[in-house]
Design a protein. Structure first.
Length: 277
């Protein structure tokens, strides 16, 4: 069973009790980092975003069916107060719990129904190579990325290359890279970045990244950049479970080939993921 399908089972089986991303990852026998990438690239949602959406959806069904005690629904879905539940509920659906209960309808609500076990396409990956790299320093433009969503990345690169990149001091020669980082809440941050020999004055809106020495597994993605989600899904849900390796808890990155054409998205990319045994 794939990592994602195992995670879906754990989530649904434990939906109405306290559940963290760390607990889900442990139950799936993978790291939080691995789970975040595998789940996001396969479903388009972060793990905890999906958990929250599922809990609030079950709450919406209960309220529309005439649940008499809103606080009871809140407690059943993991919220400790009526106020916290109401804020989350309105943030998800644009309506208060009272409005949904009164209308006795879920029409128009952005419900997150359970994802049934996903059929994972048997994509054949080219045989990867392994490389050892020393400590690296990058400066780049960060943006929160919804899991599996690449639509905003071209505009992010345009903003970076058209101005901030030229202001970075001590740039090393070479094509800039896309760094994939995990946020504190388990989400994903994508950084358009250039490698530097040392840090200097930091341009507004950019961030510094230091990546420790690591061994990397390197995959070639020769298709269009918009098809990278399929490649990542095959890596996280197919290659890693069979490889005997685990992804390390450090950022990975994407290097554009010298043949890459930023105007068309063609030309190929290599995907560098730090690994450990």
């Amino acid at each position: 069973m794939s990592v994602v399908n195992r995670a879906l089972f754990v989530i649904e089986r434990n939906l109405m009790r306290e559940l963290t991303q760390g607990e889900i990852a442990k139950a799936c026998d993978v790291s939080r980092f691995h789970l975040a990438h595998a789940f996001g690239d396969a479903t388009g949602r972060s793990v905890m975003e999906y958990v929250r959406g599922r809990r609030l959806t079950e709450a919406a069904y209960a309220l529309a069916s005439g649940a008499s005690d809103i606080l009871g629904v809140a407690l059943d879905t993991g919220y400790q107060s009526h106020e916290a539940f109401s804020r989350a509920f309105k943030g998800q659906f644009g309506k208060t719990p009272e409005e949904v209960r009164k209308s006795e309808s879920i029409a128009g609500l952005a419900l997150v129904d359970a994802i049934r076990h996903l059929e994972m396409k048997a994509m054949k990956l080219p045989e990867p190579r392994f490389e050892d790299l020393g400590e690296m320093h990058f400066v780049g433009l960060p943006a929160r990325r919804e899991s599996g969503d690449v639509h905003e990345i071209p505009a992010q690169w345009q903003r970076f290359m058209s101005g901030p990149c030229q202001q970075i001091e001590h740039r090393r020669p070479g094509i800039p890279v896309g760094v994939n980082m995990r946020s504190e809440d388990g989400g994903l941050i994508y950084v358009c970045a250039t490698e530097v020999s040392r840090f200097g004055k930091l341009p507004k809106g950019l961030m510094e990244i230091t990546i420790a020495p690591a061994r990397y597994v390197v995959f070639a993605h020769d298709g269009h950049v918009t098809e990278m989600r399929e490649t990542y899904s095959a890596i996280w849900n197919g290659w890693f479970p069979k490889s005997g390796y685990r992804p390390a808890e450090t950022p990975g990155f994407e290097r554009h080939n010298e043949t890459f054409d930023p105007r068309t998205g063609n030309g190929g990319v290599t995907i560098w993921i730090p690994v450990t045994k």
